[in-house]
Every structure is written in structure tokens, then in C-alpha cells.
Design a protein around this ligand. Structure first.
Ligand SMILES: [Zn+2]
Length: 362
């Protein structure tokens, strides 16, 4: 079965709310189209070195362990594929990446914030699986590390500076090294992808509306809490002079049907799953308690929703997700969502625009 992976929302570190680069597409894990960076000379050298060391010392392949100073001013040029083991994650860093000395502290801080926000724990591993990332990105190294997936696997590669994407799948997050720099994107991708991973570890997938909603809500909340200029959220907002590319009147017409359709739809320029999901998860969090995502995840463990992990999700499984959400909230949760939208969503848009415009003058 071909599986979907969840990719980062647009990271736009400028006032770009209409013509933002649209990277919100579905990728198949088996696709190798984004592997253009894997053929560079450094990787090839690392590959041949790894192959050589495997021949001479087949029983003890000692992958280099990274040491971090903790100092954000320290710039580390990673010379060979290396790893670092944190409390609840393992960083696998490809040769050529550039990191700062405080990278583990930053990642731990983001993961702690996400766990606190949703009342979930990375230590739970309800639905973990892995693809062939060890060979796709690291020439087959790290074969013995985090094999039981007890920790999150965070893969870091040099930013290819092309249209390739960051993603989350099973137990892995792939990030470009620049995502870990404040200058580049204020950790947008870090919040987004690590939120995906936290949710995915709890249960089978809930469809792209719910999954993207959980990631976007966390991305927005935590970047504002840290006073980062999260310009990328502008694409969701209609307020003042800003107009979202999404016409949410489709939600008013048929909220439950649209929830299902948006999860089943091919990703398009309208970004229906992201747009619906961001609003809906905000509504759930504000009206049913901050443990609502946890409750829904626990309930979902009782069902087989495997088609939702494929590129052709089954409508029947989405109907089951609707029933799960209702059983954790109320039967009329979608009607209540429509009632909340004009006041609740507009309040967010107003607050967000006020927040983000402060950065225009800086
Ligand atoms: Zn996403």
C-alpha cells in the first residue's frame, strides 16, 4: 500500500500571503524524486567510507556520536553522518549539515511544549513504523540505532534549496538543517513536523484534516508564545486587508460532509484540509478541553483506519473518524463548529493580524 506522509505547511518569512510558495502536497514515501541532494560528492565519499569500514570491521560499525556545546553561537559543520541521542528522540544528521551548539536544547524545548499543549507523550508508541530512510538518506548507516522506535527519529539533511519538502511519516521527521535556525524560519517547520509526529505516535491516522489541524494549531500557538513572526499563518486569515485563499462558506453549507471531503480530496491550491483543520482543531481545543486530541487519539486505537494512511483514503474510514470525534465531544459537534466560526474564528483572525503586524515595523 502506498502511504501518505505529512509535509510542512508553507514557511514564509516575509509578507507573502497570496503568492506564497505552495509546498502542501502529498508525497509518496516510495518516491525518490526529492533525492537530488543524495548524489553530491560528500555523500558519495561518506558512502564509500562507510562501505569500506563495514568490510574491515563488520561487527562494530561505530557511527560517530555528535557532541553539542549548548552555545547557540557555536556553528557546527557536520563532516560525516552522525547521530545524537536525546531523552525521547534520536537526531540523525547527514554530512554537510550545519547546526548550532544549542540544537538538542532547542529540540527538547519544542517537544516539551508540544507534549504540554496536547497532554500527549512522545514515549507512547502506538502506531510507529519506519520506511527505508537509513538507505535513502544515510547510505545504510545507523542500522542498530533506535530500531525499536522507542524514541522519535529526527533526520536532518543539508537544505537542498530547491522545492523538496520536509515531512513526517511513521516514526520519522525529515528536516532541512536551516529549519533549526531562527534566521530562516523561526522554527515553523520544527513545531509543525514534531507536532505531527507526537500525534501520529498515539494512534492510527485520523485523516489529513485532523492531522494538519493538530500541526498548524501547535505551530501557530507555540510560535506566538515565543514571539516569533509566524507570517505563514497569514494564508489562513481573512481580516482587515487580508484575504485567505480559502472560501470557508463550504463549511457552513455542510460541515460534516466537508470534513470528510477535505480529508479525501486531492491536495489542491485551495488547501482545504489545512484550512478546515486549523479552524476545527482550534474550535475543539477551545470548547472541549486541551485533552481533546488525546481523548480522540485513545478512542481511535479501537479501530482499523489503515486506509487513511494510504494515498487513497476510504470514505468509510473517514465516517468512522467522524463518529470517534462525536463520541469524544457531542453528537452535534459539527453544528456547534459552524456556530463558533463567525465569532471564534474571527476573534483569532483579529488577534493574529494585530500580532503579526507588529513585526512589519521592525
Ligand atoms: Zn503537515
Amino acid at each position: 500500500m502506498k502511504r501518505v506522509i505529512l509535509v510542512a505547511a508553507v514557511v514564509a518569512a516575509s509578507v507573502c500571503f497570496v503568492s506564497c510558495k505552495d509546498t502542501q502536497i502529498t508525497m509518496e514515501v516510495t518516491s525518490s524524486s526529492e533525492d537530488t541532494y543524495a548524489s553530491d560528492a560528500e555523500t558519495a565519499a561518506a558512502e564509500s567510507a562507510a562501505a569500506e569500514s563495514e568490510v574491515t570491521t563488520p561487527s562494530a560499525p561505530a557511527e560517530p556520536v555528535l557532541e553539542f556545546s549548548g552555545d547557540p553561537q557555536d556553528i557546527m559543520n557536520i563532516g560525516e553522518d552522525s547521530y545524537y541521542e536525546g531523552e525521547n528522540y534520536v537526531l540523525f544528521v547527514a554530512a554537510g549539515s550545519v547546526l548550532t551548539g544549542d540544537t538538542p536544547a532547542k529540540i527538547s524545548e519544542v517537544m516539551d511544549s508540544l507534549e504540554e499543549l496536547y497532554g500527549l507523550s512522545y514515549s507512547y508508541k502506538g502506531n510507529v513504523h519506519e520506511d527505508d530512510w537509513r538507505t535513502r538518506y544515510f547510505s545504510g548507516s545507523f542500522t542498530g540505532i533506535n530500531r525499536d522506535m522507542s524514541k522519535a527519529s529526527i533526520l536532518i539533511i543539508p537544505d537542498p534549496h530547491d522545492d523538496s519538502i520536509e515531512w513526517t511519516y511513521g516514526n520519522e521527521v525529515l528536516l532541512h538543517d536551516t529549519t533549526l535556525s531562527v534566521e530562516h524560519g523561526y522554527y515553523d517547520g520544527l513545531y509543525h513536523e514534531l507536532a505531527h509526529l507526537l500525534r501520529l505516535r498515539q494512534s492510527n491516522m485520523l485523516g489529513s484534516v485532523m492531522e494538519e489541524g493538530v500541526a498548524l494549531y501547535a505551530q501557530d500557538r507555540l510560535s506566538r508564545e515565543n514571539d516569533y513572526p509566524n507570517w505563514s499563518m497569514l494564508q489562513y486569515v481573512t481580516y482587515g486587508g487580508y484575504v485567505s485563499m480559502y472560501d470557508d462558506s463550504v463549511i457552513y453549507d455542510d460541515p460534516e460532509g466537508e470534513f470528510i471531503r477535505a480529508s479525501l480530496a486531492e491536495r489542491s491550491g485551495a488547501q482545504t484540509d489545512y484550512q478546515y483543520g486549523f479552524r476545527f482543531v482550534m474550535f475543539l481545543m477551545e470548547n472541549y478541553g486541551t485533552d481533546i486530541i488525546s481523548k480522540i487519539s485513545v478512542k481511535a486505537r479501537e479501530y482499523d483506519l489503515s486506509s487513511l494512511e494510504s494515498v487513497s483514503p476510504d470514505e468509510k474510514d473517514m465516517r468512522t473518524v467522524v463518529e470517534i470525534i462525536k463520541s469524544c465531544t457531542e453528537d452535534d459537534v459539527f453544528a456547534k463548529f459552524v456556530k463558533w466560526l463567525p465569532s471564534g474564528w474571527e476573534a483569532y483572525c483579529r488577534e493574529y493580524v494585530k500580532y503579526i503586524e507588529r513585526f512589519s515595523d521592525m
